[in-house]
Design a protein around this ligand. Structure first.
Ligand code: FA5
Ligand code: MG
Length: 381
């Protein structure tokens, strides 16, 4: 029941709404709220915090590795499941492949959930040093640092045996050392002195794998994942006997720290009071909230069923309230003697731009309750 939007064009590919949103197709789970974000390419706006950040990271790589890194910021976000998962060794039963976590256009095509989806094709094209920036899509929970569309920058660097032969290290240790040095240098270039720490982690496509966290608003915030690329990826794409590192950083997360932006929804705001605070090349700016409107909390309780997931709930709430929903949080959970499980969620409604009226919030909450009942087929309490 949505307006017939004009097709959007990304990297020379025309994308029409009906190619991406197919309400009656069980192999498709893309809602209009997601389609409406395709082609906006916030990272290509020089006056937008994400564009300013992208350009600053480019400057760092240009300065540190003159002429070496090739940049791609206009690759189409519609990719095959092979590109998004198989090419980077994501196991067949990995949760990220589920309809609960990823937006599927059809059973073979997804909205990329990470920029790593482009690693293999760029390697095959012969690139050894590259950066890929793009919008990525994930079904996820709702809070101030998570949004179903966000932006990543992928970095990839290939080394040949002669690069590490004189170092006294093996290729993997050499690449891991260079990776950490490069990313610590980037963090210093962006923030000056900042509290950061490395955390060991797991990715199917790298080993060893690390995450970098930065201290922000009283807590550790994960800003990127990285590691030494699995040999199999290099071997399958024409780089036997080489080693490589790769990283994927969350542009919003870094921009939140850099510009003091308190909520991830703000990146999508067209409000002049937001957009006018940023300009091309200006890094030192701290965002001044135009005023803090109070949140309004409403609870909804229901008996869940086997099919229930929190991501599905969040999508239903977002479908009704859009960016007026700030957080959806489980506040109560119990199972009765008959084995029925009840969940109570607290929904925080807040506009970044104005105060909401009681009537507006009550209407939204009523519509959310109706939608939760009909779409999730749960029994409201
Ligand atoms: C990845 O996406 C890996 N592809 C990163 C990578 C690339 C690892 C190359 C190794 C080699 P992860 O799911 O952790 O990893 O996401 C990377 C970053 O994206 C996170 O650190 C975070 O900064 C950001 N991010 C993840 N989910 C969201 C979200 N819902 N909203 C905003 N930012 C997010
Ligand atoms: Mg992560």
């Amino acid at each position: 029941a949505a307006a017939a939007a004009a097709p959007v064009e990304v990297g020379g590919v025309k994308i029409a709404r009906d190619d991406v949103v197919k309400e009656d197709d069980p192999t498709n789970n893309v809602p209009d709220t997601i389609f409406s974000k395709i082609g906006l390419q916030l990272h290509r706006r020089d006056n937008h915090p994400l564009g300013i950040l992208k350009n600053t990271i480019f400057d760092y790589f240009d300065k540190s590795f003159p002429g070496q890194f090739v940049k791609f910021d206009d690759l189409c976000p519609l990719v095959s499941t092979k590109q998004n998962f198989d090419d980077v060794l994501v196991p067949a039963d990995h949760v990220s492949r589920s309809y609960n976590d990823t937006y599927y256009v059809d059973s073979q095509t997804v909205l990329r959930c990470h920029t790593s989806a482009h690693q293999a094709e760029l390697l095959r094209e012969g690139h050894t040093h590259f950066l890929v920036i793009g919008d990525v899509y994930r079904r996820d929970s709702i809070d101030s640092t998570h949004y179903p569309v966000f932006h990543q920058m992928e970095g990839f660097r290939v080394f040949s045996p002669e690069d590490w032969s004189g170092s006294g290290m093996d290729g993997t240790a050499y690449a891991a050392t260079d990776l950490k040095k490069t990313l610590e240098g980037l963090a210093t270039h962006l923030f000056g002195a900042v509290e950061m720490r490395w955390v060991d982690t797991y990715f199917p496509f790298t080993n060893p794998s690390f995450e970098l966290e930065i201290y922000f608003q009283g807590d550790w915030l994960e800003v990127l994942g990285c590691g030494v690329t699995e040999q199999e990826i290099l071997k399958s794409n024409g780089r036997t006997d080489h080693v490589a590192w790769a990283f994927g950083l969350g542009l919003e997360r870094l921009a939140m720290v850099l510009f003091d932006i308190p909520d991830i929804r703000l990146f999508w705001s067209n409000d002049q009071r937001f957009t006018s605070q940023f300009s091309k090349g200006k890094l030192g700016i701290k965002f001044k909230p135009f005023s803090k409107f109070p949140p309004c909390y409403k609870d909804v309780s229901f008996w869940i069923n086997d099919a229930f997931t929190e991501n599905n709930l969040c999508e239903v709430v977002r479908g009704i309230a859009g960016d007026l929903v700030e957080e959806v949080k489980l506040i109560d959970n119990f199972t009765n003697k008959k084995g029925m499980t009840s969940h109570c969620y607290r929904i925080a409604y807040r506009s970044m731009e104005r105060s909401l009226t009681d009537e507006e919030i009550n209407d939204m909450q009523w519509n959310v309750r109706e939608a939760v009942k009909s779409k999730l087929e749960v029994e409201l309490r």
